[in-house]
Design a binder for this molecule. Structure first.
Ligand SMILES: [Zn+2]
Length: 337
C-alpha cells in the first residue's frame, strides 16, 4: 500500500477504564501483552455479524466500502464478537445536522455504557466531544477497541473520515482494506496474547491476501510493496524482537513501527506459512492460531515453523530478508491458499 500521512493516525485520550485498544491503526498503541489479557476472556465465536451504525449525513458509500471489507474478513476468519461497527465522518462542503449527531451519539452511548459503570452522560461528554472534534477536524482513524467488564467483552470497530483514504487510482478502495484489517483484529481477540508484529503483520497480510482470494487485486504486488517498505529499515539493527510489545518498545522501534510491525510483520507471516507443514495460508486460521490459543504464541511459532526457538525464527527471518527480491517473491508465490 502507499505509505504516507494517511497511515499516520492519531488517537488520544480514550478512557483507560473502558477502552484498551487492541489496535489503534497505525503507528500507535496495540496493547496485546500478557498484562492486557490478565483476567480477560477472549472474544467468542458467534453466528451474528457485527451491527453497523452510520452517522446520518455521511455518505452511505463509505460505510458500504467498510462493510465490504469487514464482511470479506469475517467470512474468512470466522464470526466473533459481539462486535459493532461505527462509521462517521464529514466530507468537505457538507454539513452534519445537530440532530444527526445527537441520534448517533445517543445510540453509541446507550451501547457503550450499558454493560459498564459509565453513565450515558459521561460517555457523551467524553466520546461525544471526541468524535465530533476528530470528525470536524477532518482527521481519519480506524481502530478496534473494546468495552469490557467482569462479564462482558464487546468489540467496537470505529472508522472516522475514511473518505480521506480513498483515491480513484487505488486498485482497491482503501476503506475496504481498513475493514479487512480491523476485522482481522477481531478474530485475533478470540485467540489470546501475541506480539505486535504478529498482530499487525497478519492484518496487513490479510489486506493483500483476502481481496486476492476474492479476485480483487494482486496480493503479490501488494506484499512486494510491503517488502519494499520493510527493506527501508534494513540498515538499522531493528528486528521483530524489538517490536514484540509496542508499548515497551524503544523510541526507534516505535518510530519505525510501520516498516517493522506492519510490513516486516506481514512478511514474517509469509515466512511462517512457508515453514509450516502445509505451506497453506488457511493453516494460519485452522492450525496456527488455534495453536496460539492452546499453547501460547512462542510455542505455536516454534511448532509451526519447525524452528527450535523464537530467536531461531527471528534469525532465519532476518536471513530471508537479506535475500534478493526475486527470491522473496518466489517464496511468496509458493504459498498455497
Ligand atoms: Zn492493526
Amino acid at each position: 500500500m502507499a505509505l504516507g500521512p494517511r497511515h499516520l493516525l492519531g488517537l488520544a485520550g480514550l478512557l483507560a477504564l473502558l477502552s484498551l485498544g487492541a489496535c489503534r491503526d497505525n503507528h500507535t498503541s496495540s496493547e496485546v501483552g500478557a498484562a492486557y489479557w490478565e483476567g480477560v476472556s477472549p472474544l467468542v465465536a458467534i453466528n451474528e455479524g457485527p451491527t453497523y451504525h452510520r452517522l446520518e449525513g455521511y455518505d452511505p458509500r463509505w460505510m458500504d466500502l467498510v462493510r465490504e471489507g469487514v464482511e470479506m474478513s469475517r467470512s474468512y476468519w470466522g464470526s466473533y464478537g459481539p462486535a459493532t461497527v461505527w462509521v462517521l465522518g464529514r466530507e468537505e462542503g457538507t454539513e452534519i445536522q445537530p440532530a444527526a449527531w445527537t441520534a448517533f451519539l445517543d445510540e453509541y452511548c446507550a451501547w457503550r455504557s450499558e454493560p459498564t459503570d459509565m453513565t450515558s452522560e459521561d460517555c457523551l461528554e467524553h466520546f461525544g466531544e471526541r468524535y465530533v472534534e476528530v470528525t470536524e477536524r477532518g482527521e481519519s482513524e480506524a481502530y478496534l477497541s473494546e468495552v469490557r467488564d467482569a462479564d462482558t467483552r464487546l468489540a467496537e470497530l470505529v472508522f472516522i473520515n475514511v473518505h480521506n483514504w480513498f483515491f480513484e487510482d487505488d486498485p482497491l478502495p482503501d476503506p475496504i482494506l481498513r475493514g479487512v484489517h480491523e476485522y482481522t483484529h477481531v478474530f485475533q481477540q478470540s485467540i489470546g496474547p501475541m506480539p505486535t508484529w504478529m498482530m499487525e503483520g497478519t492484518a496487513v497480510f490479510s489486506e493483500a491476501w483476502l481481496p486476492g482470494l476474492n479476485g480483487r487485486g494482486d496480493p503479490y504486488e501488494r506484499l512486494m510493496l510491503s517488502m519494499a517498505s520493510a527493506q527501508q529499515i534494513r540498515d538499522s539493527d531493528l528486528t521483530l524482537a524489538d517490536i514484540e510489545e509496542i508499548e515497551i518498545a524503544s523510541d526507534e522501534a516505535k518510530d519505525k513501527a510501520r516498516e517493522l510491525a506492519y510490513d516486516a510483520g506481514a512478511w514474517a507471516m509469509v515466512f511462517l506459512v512457508s515453514k509450516s507443514p502445509t505451506q497453506s495460508v488457511a493453516g494460519l486460521r485452522d492450525q496456527f492460531f488455534p495453536l496460539v490459543r492452546e499453547l501460547g504464541w512462542e510455542a505455536a511459532l516454534n511448532q509451526s515453523s519447525g524452528l527450535p526457538s523464537t530467536q531461531a525464527f527471528y534469525e532465519a527471518f532476518e536471513a530471508f530478508m537479506k535475500q534478493p527480491p526475486q527470491e522473496q517473491r518466489r517464496l511468496l508465490e509458493s504459498l498455497k491458499a
